[in-house]
Design a protein around this ligand. Structure first.
Ligand SMILES: [Fe+2]
Ligand SMILES: [Fe+2]
Length: 444
């Protein structure tokens, strides 16, 4: 569907003209071809319309069982006509989907569904080159070649569409992954489509068995959609709970729950992206950073904000906050229970001398190792009642000093790259694991 973005509009306009021109060229270059009996073509068109209305998300993209109807259509109509039939099925399928989603009567906007036509043009180009195909095993390799044309054109279109019409920042690999997951589903359905074509050539009525099959896909797709929307509701409930807890912490202690936590979340996510963490790990990292000090709700404010030196007893109380935080998150359960492990380990040290469990190196969750670095950096670069804020350059040097003892060298190196990229530090040093160095201790 077109958005308000003028760039998107201009892409759609130019793209529409190129699409029509490509189909027109096909009609000029390959005007004729084999037609199956009219009732078969009509039945296949009906099945294709039905199939395109069934959509399910696969990987980063979406797919539909339309390949089951498309393969017999390759053999039933001349190459130049094939994209026309696919365009009709895309538009009708979109109109069905539109009505089903409760948008009311379909508008002219459903015509935009036809902009996803390049895969059909790719198949038609190969069909025009290899000549009419029959549903025999001898022609199956050619059918695979037609499929290759479909996948190639779809990948090129997905790249161009993603970059020009949507967002320059979309990564090429992500776009290709979306295209590949769609191609994998289509490849799995290709033999079924070929069987339907074979049935049309031998026992045509048997071919109608594809209709209940597509119906089954429709039921599964609907159920999957409902499950995914429930999962997303649950995930927003977790997010809401995490934010509520963070707000409670802010009300209790404006430093810990406010500027400090916001800074740690922002920097932890920047480091997570720098280290190319997958989306689900980034979410755990975000929740962990947001709630890392939630256990401080149990620590009296007189201790938290005490300007002078803390007694051993007071230190002992403060050192309970990671485990107490985990207990609080365990009572919420689900995704926040997983966050509890990250929270528990945010005062562990890379050399194994941290608390509460004395975990060492890789045994400390990566999210916790990232939060530790961001936590210390935030503490050092913020004004506190008992000392002024350090500059980013000074704080980065301090991270270096404790690299390999308190901090994971990989995370410290990522921190240097992020800070240098933001112009917050001038030089990027390359901290080495300092097994033999005696690092200082930073308390956040
Ligand atoms: Fe903490
Ligand atoms: Fe903290």
């Amino acid at each position: 569907m077109p958005g308000a973005d003028p760039r998107r509009w201009s892409f759609d306009g130019v793209h529409g003209v190129i699409l029509v021109a490509a189909v027109a060229v096909l009609f000029v270059v390959a005007p004729g071809g084999h037609w199956a009996p009219a009732w078969q073509v009509a039945a296949l068109l009906g099945a294709a319309c039905f199939a395109t209305a069934v959509r399910f998300e696969v990987g980063a993209g979406w797919s539909s069982p339309m390949q089951i109807a498309q393969v017999p259509l390759w053999l039933a109509v001349p190459p130049a006509w094939f994209p026309v039939f696919v365009a009709i099925s895309l538009v009708v399928g979109q109109a069905i989907e539109w009505a089903r989603a409760g948008h009311g009567r379909p508008t002219v906007a459903v015509l935009y569904a036809a902009d996803d036509l390049w895969h059909a043009i790719g198949a038609a180009v190969v069909l025009a080159l290899v000549g009419p195909l029959t549903a025999t095993m001898g022609d199956f390799p050619w059918v695979l070649l037609v499929f290759a044309g479909q996948v190639l054109f779809d990948a090129v279109y997905t790249l161009a569409h993603g970059r020009f019409a949507w967002d320059d920042r979309l990564r090429r690999t992500d776009l290709l992954k979306a295209s590949a997951s769609t191609a994998a589903v289509d490849l799995a359905l290709l033999p079924v489509g070929f069987l339907v074509a074979y049935a049309f050539a031998t026992e045509p009525l048997l071919a109608l068995s594809l209709v209940p099959l597509i119906g089954l896909f429709a039921v599964f797709a609907r159920e999957r959609e409902e499950r995914m929307s429930k999962a997303s509701e649950l995930s927003s409930a977790y997010r809401g709970t995490a934010q509520l807890m963070a707000t409670m912490l802010k009300a209790d202690d404006s430093y810990t729950g406010g500027e400090h936590t916001t800074g740690v979340v922002e920097m932890a996510l920047a480091l997570g992206r720098e280290l190319a963490l997958p989306d689900d790990q980034l979410r755990s990292l975000e929740f962990g950073a947001m709630l890392h000090d939630i256990g401080k709700l149990h620590v009296p404010n007189e201790i938290l904000n005490k300007p002078g030196k803390l007694t051993d007893e007071e230190w002992a109380i403060i050192r309970e906050h990671p485990a107490l935080g985990q207990q609080m998150l365990d009572t919420v359960g689900g995704a926040l229970s997983e966050t509890g492990h990250i929270v528990r380990a945010h005062h562990e040290r890379y050399d194994g001398t941290g608390y509460p469990d004395g975990l060492r190196g890789e045994a400390i969750p990566l999210e916790s190792r990232i939060i530790t670095v961001c936590d210390s950096f935030s503490a050092m670069t913020t004004d506190r009642p008992y000392r002024g804020a350090m500059s980013a350059q000074e704080a980065a040097a301090e991270l270096d000093r404790c690299c390999g003892t308190q901090f994971d060298p990989v995370v410290v190196a990522a921190m240097h790259r992020v800070l240098a990229g933001r112009g917050q530090i001038l030089t990027v040093s390359h901290p080495r694991p300092a097994a033999s160095r005696t690092g200082g201790r930073l308390v956040a």
